[in-house]
Design a protein around this ligand. Structure first.
Ligand code: ATP
Length: 234
């Protein structure tokens, strides 16, 4: 569904990701791992159109989108759950969801909200609550829900489990599994490997902006010690 061909991107003179080649197959979950500063967020934000491309190309559903605007990418079906959630804290849960659906016709909004509430029922009891007053876990659910409001085909999630309690991490990963069953293609960026590897189909490890390992999740699970070494965990 998505192909990065020798993609390099960065900020001013600084190259954050160097010549990354990655295939994200339709209907699969790809997990990108890496230590702090490895270039994971830059990759996600580059796919979404928010980071300057230095070289290479991005192809989505066989169309080149390397220089497409962020809005064109949203309309084509690419949605992001950004690191730190970036909700609108002084808007209600419902208003945050409606903002997420701004690229869609109004009449689709009710259906999309219902789908989000099916996935995260606890948001249903909090529709009128300000997003800034939600717990961290609820904020992550809302951030995922807001991204789903644009009816994406490809969901990019930056740090799914960072700072969340184990019970909430389970809920988020259950939701991800459900979304995959419904046909969504998903790229998850994570620092913590174990939970991500349980749901992943493919795994890519970045180090200092470069890909250092890429294979099936089954092989990643078989090579857990090597992956930990690449991540600097042992
Ligand atoms: P983390 O897990 O800490 O978020 P990461 O793997 O997502 O790390 P990035 O955030 O992509 O890594 O950072 C890659 C490199 O790009 C780092 O050296 C970082 O300092 C740099 N960088 C990230 N954002 C910017 C920015 N807005 N301006 C300049 N440099 C940046």
């Amino acid at each position: 569904m998505l192909r990065l061909d020798s993609l390099s991107c960065g900020y001013g003179d600084m190259t954050a990701v160097q010549e990354l080649t990655l295939d994200i197959p339709d209907g699969e979950i790809t997990v990108m791992l890496g230590a702090n500063g490895a270039g994971k967020s830059s990759t996600i934000m580059c796919i979404a159109g928010h980071v300057n491309i230095i070289g290479g190309r991005i192809t989505y559903n066989e169309k080149e989108i390397t220089h497409a605007t962020p809005m064109a990418r949203i309309k084509a079906g690419i949605a992001v759950v950004p690191e730190g959630r970036r909700l609108f804290p002084s808007l209600t849960v419902k208003e945050n969801l409606i903002v997420g659906g701004y690229s869609q016709p109004n009449e689709n909004s009710r259906d999309s909200i219902d789908r989000v509430l099916n996935l995260f029922p606890r948001l249903g009891d909090r529709l009128k609550q300000l997003a800034g007053s939600l717990s961290g876990g609820e904020q992550q659910m809302l951030s995922i829900g807001r991204a789903l409001m644009s009816s994406p085909k490809l969901l990019l999630i930056d740090e799914l489990s960072l700072g969340l309690m184990p019970k909430i991490i389970d809920l988020c990963y259950e939701a991800i599994t459900e979304l995959k069953k419904n046909g969504l293609t998903i790229l998850i960026v994570e620092q913590s490997t174990q939970r991500a590897l349980e749901v992943a189909d493919r795994v890519c490890v970045l180090e200092s902006g470069k890909e250092v390992w890429q294979d099936t999740a089954a092989r990643a699970r078989d090579n857990a010690a090597l992956i930990d070494t690449l991540l600097g965990l042992n």
